[in-house]
Design a protein around this ligand. Sequence first.
Ligand SMILES: Nc1nc2c(c(=O)[nH]1)N[C@H]1C(S)=C(S)[C@@H](COP(=O)(O)OP(=O)(O)OC[C@H]3O[C@@H](n4cnc5c(N)ncnc54)[C@H](O)[C@@H]3O)O[C@H]1N2
Ligand code: MOO
Length: 402
Amino acid sequence: MSLLPVDEALERILEGVKALPGETVPIEEADGRVLAAPLAATRTQPPFDASAMDGYAVRAANVATPRAMPLKLIGESAAGSRYHGAVADGETVRIFTGAPVPEGADTILIQENAEILDDGRIEATDTVAAGRHIRRAGLDFQKGDSVLEQGRRLGPAGIGLAAAAGHATLDVTQRPLVAVIATGDELVRPGEPCGPDQIVASNGFAIGALARREGARILDLGIIPDDSAAISDAVRSAAAAGAHVLVTLGGASVGARDLVRQALLDAGMSLDFWKIAMRPGKPLMFGRLGDMRVLGLPGNPVSSLVCAHLFLRPLIARLGQRSYAPDLRSAVLAKALRANDERRDYVRASVAPGSEGLIATPFTLQDSSMLTTLAASNALIVREPGSPAAEEGDRCRVLMLG
Ligand SMILES: Nc1nc2c(c(=O)[nH]1)N[C@H]1C(S)=C(S)[C@@H](COP(=O)(O)OP(=O)(O)OC[C@H]3O[C@@H](n4cnc5c(N)ncnc54)[C@H](O)[C@@H]3O)O[C@H]1N2
Ligand code: MOO
């Protein structure tokens, strides 16, 4: 039986996925969230012509020649309390940074270039062109302007802008809930006593980190033993918690203890596919249980994380109303690679800039249990099914891991 191609597997996973409705959050809680709609400014910024410096609001014509015309000080304009009145020829208003520029004045004489005469009048020691040090009303944005686009992930600058635009709450996309179940009698949590035949369960932490980065919330349902009833129970609790995605880890292959698929079927999942044409990650499984999408990731740590990069990330992005594009680039191979079979290979590699673009150096050891090589990789070389052997210097495609 021919294996399902990777691209088709992704299409089937994303088929019919509807973006979750948005929700409103206080701006203090919006860091890292994604805007569900374009954000319009509720006000103009600055709302008035404002001084950018501390000094004197003057008429440029009055200071065209240094010290030619001492100016009468008629008042003060500060940030938060403007000068009500106009500046006429021969007059000036003391002004501070952020304060409204009074009518009649057309430039700002900075205080370093002003001298206060004994009689209290102000003399310019330098000339100033019209319009200097004045921020025009609306310089940053105008009321009604769309200042942040839909799909934008908010960070410090975006949050500052949203606040300046007058928003105390923001409409953001919902964070999909991803339930994670690790299966296997051999697994123990890191830090717990480990028997001679046991290993530490690491996949859930790696997948959780990846999913959170992509914008998901995680429901960690822990380690479930190789027992069909226990696995089915955990699956039901994921569904009861309203998980949008259930990720199972391990037990996806063909061994007698690989019970996950049957347990999922027993819990009511309709299986879409099992086994795909990729390495690592061949035993990937996908199905639906009600509205919950079920992604059965292989147990081998590298297979599990590579599959999560390829399938879980786009699924979370789609649910969260975000576009997702894998970061695929072209590079030059630093080492030969042998021909591959009917599966698409994802070869762990280190990619660095060279004189002719990116250079991809594949790791010699590619065993799918080896997290050290995955942690040392910043990319995967993508080799199409049936690719002939490649020589050093050949072009290749790399998927940056980000
Ligand atoms: N006869 C065959 N055997 C296997 C095949 C096959 O096609 N025919 N496929 C192999 C491939 S490829 C993979 S990948 C693995 C996947 O198997 P499972 O998904 O059933 O995973 P397990 O057997 O449960 O575990 C594999 C390996 O990974 C360790 N593991 C499991 N869960 C975790 C976890 N949460 N954290 C860290 N490590 C974990 C587990 O102890 C095993 O060492 O099957 C091959 N076999
Ligand atoms: O595909 Mo398995 O995931 O090669 O180790």
